[in-house]
Design a protein around this ligand. Structure first.
Ligand code: NAI
Ligand code: MG
Length: 490
């Protein structure tokens, strides 16, 4: 089937009727205060910022801008809850709270998914089927560990750290909050968390869950704001550990400001993962994996498969099938259940992505975008691939964080491996082949924390996650994720 006939078939003959998720069942307040010591409180200085819907550019709510003093109030509440209640509580009792939080999240899953898609722009299918269930799963998983920490570390005595400061990005807002808060609480720490400034709403809803679960006041505090609020958490003298997910640039700033202090830290930073397709792979499945790897969540994924390395003998076939598949992807209203690609999270991120599209063309690569129409309002980027790129091109080396794929070819396994590893990052990778032995050979030699074989972007709370090189420091998730929130004494 030629590309042209596919376009005709899918674009003209296969329009789906709109299937939007309703917003009748959700409640978004006009203003949100800070969640400190179990209550929503006004910021010390009367300053708020707007959170908008990136699919319409319309404001959704006003979010409190926390100052250094507000952060100090939150840290004090967390310290008091730590020494007074949480560090004294048995693991079994901490686990009961975590189970309760997980169950309430499940009960309110539809509301969470809808708000996540409204505030962040991701397709409802992803927030409904991935973000929210996985967020609840993290609370369930770590609830189970709360009373078993000594079994995780035999012959050692696990001791909580104290107050932990957590700073998260906008690409998986609720999931990142759960990913950070659940293990911290299971290990007996208390928390001050800052969501990203474009996606604070589900964190505010999560604060309601904590309150409804009867979590003792001060065990989790949520302060909203941008970089300076995050920096105030990092630099607060009474914070014992900092956990950050975001850009490598900010990760380096945080690492520098923590040098010489006794604060522990974990950093989950950027990535430039390669999906490596061998000639013996099941090509149709691999194409689906490439699409999932880079177009999932608009490419706003630190472990996105943003590079494609395809063995030369099947390169033409893979690129042709990929272009055909791209034509069928539906871009538009994040609340529509048929949508594959939602809105870019912010005007700033769209600008970054568009600057890379120009850079790629200026570097001499050939750009191809699908033909689909995009709405007039809001921030959108059509799925994009670049061919004819070379290893030194910026679009091959730098994180774009958008639905943009750079395609290269290789002949031998060694060449594929060398190209895959030729990057300052090392977060994830994908290998597609029919041969188990090749999978093992590749996975042993790819310098990345997570490698998928014949699949991509699969997540599970039991599995550790983290990077090599500029992709970060430390591991989150699974049993490894417990170690990041404990001191292990003899
Ligand atoms: P960012 O790193 O500035 O933001 C992440 C979080 O850090 C936000 O909550 C932000 O308020 C906070 N923050 C910013 N400056 C801070 C500081 N000096 N101290 C403490 N906290 C601070 O990322 P941004 O600007 O939103 O995105 C820029 C690029 O970063 C993206 O294009 C993408 O390449 C990468 N990125 C990677 C993510 C990942 O999951 N690894 C997530 C988000 C962005
Ligand atoms: Mg928003």
């Amino acid at each position: 089937m030629s590309t042209d006939s596919t376009k005709l078939a899918f674009n003209d003959g296969w329009q789906y009727a709109p299937a939007p998720e309703s917003t009748d069942h959700i409640q978004i307040d006009d203003h949100y205060g800070l969640f400190i010591n179990g209550e929503f409180v006004a910021p010390e200085i009367d300053r708020y910022f707007e959170s908008i819907n990136p699919a319409t550019e319309k404001p959704l709510s006003n979010i409190a801008l926390a100052s250094e003093k507000d952060v100090d109030r939150a840290v004090k509440a967390a310290r008091k809850a730590y020494t007074g209640v949480w560090s004294k509580m048995s693991g079994a009792d901490r686990g009961k709270y975590l189970f309760r939080i997980a169950r309430i999240m499940q009960e309110r899953a539809r509301e969470f998914a809808t708000i996540e898609s409204l505030d962040g722009g991701k397709p409802i299918r992803e927030s409904r089927d991935i973000d929210i269930p996985l967020a609840a799963a993290h609370f369930f998983y770590y609830a189970g560990w709360a009373d078993k920490l000594e079994y995780a570390f035999p012959a050692r005595t696990p001791v909580s750290l104290g107050v932990v400061g957590q700073i998260i990005p906008w690409n998986f807002p609720l999931l990142m909050a759960a990913w950070k808060i659940a293990p911290a609480l299971a290990c007996g720490n208390t928390v001050v968390l800052k969501p990203a400034e474009t996606t604070s709403l589900t964190a505010m809803k999560l604060a309601e869950v904590f309150r409804d679960a009867g979590l003792p006041p001060g065990v989790v505090n949520i302060v909203t704001g941008a970089g300076p609020t995050g920096a105030a958490i990092v630099n607060h003298l009474d914070v014992n550990k900092v956990a950050f997910t975001g850009s490598t640039e900010v990760g380096k700033i945080i690492q520098r400001s923590l040098a010489g202090t006794d604060k522990k830290y974990t950093l989950e930073l950027g990535g430039k993962a390669a999906n490596i397709i061998f000639a013996d792979a099941a090509i149709d499945e691999a194409v689906e994996g490439i699409v999932n790897g880079i177009f999932f969540n608009q490419g706003h994924v630190c472990c996105a498969g943003s590079r494609l390395l395809v063995q030369e003998s099947v390169a033409d076939e893979v690129v042709r099938k990929l272009r055909d598949r791209m034509e069928t992807l539906i871009i538009g209203d994040p609340l529509d259940k048929n949508t594959d690609i939602g809105a870019i999270n912010s005007a700033g991120q769209l600008e970054t992505i568009e600057s890379y599209l120009s850079i790629g063309q200026a570097e001499g690569a050939e750009m191809y975008q699908s033909d689909c129409s995009v709405p007039d309002q809001g921030y959108w980027c059509r799925p994009t691939i670049f061919t004819g790129v070379s290893q030194s091109n910026r679009i091959v080396q730098e994180e774009i964080f958008g639905p943009v794929l750079a395609i290269q070819t290789f002949r031998t396994l060694e060449e594929g491996l060398t190209k895959a590893n030729n990057t300052p990052y090392g977060l994830s990778g994908g290998v597609w082949t029919d041969k188990g032995s090749k999978v093992f050979k590749m996975t042993q030699k790819i310098r990345a924390g997570v490698i998928w074989a014949n699949t991509f972007n699969k997540f599970d709370p039991t599995s550790p996650f983290g990077g090599y090189k500029e992709s970060g420091v430390g591991r989150e998730g699974g049993m490894h994720g417990l170690g990041a929130y404990l001191k292990l004494e003899a």
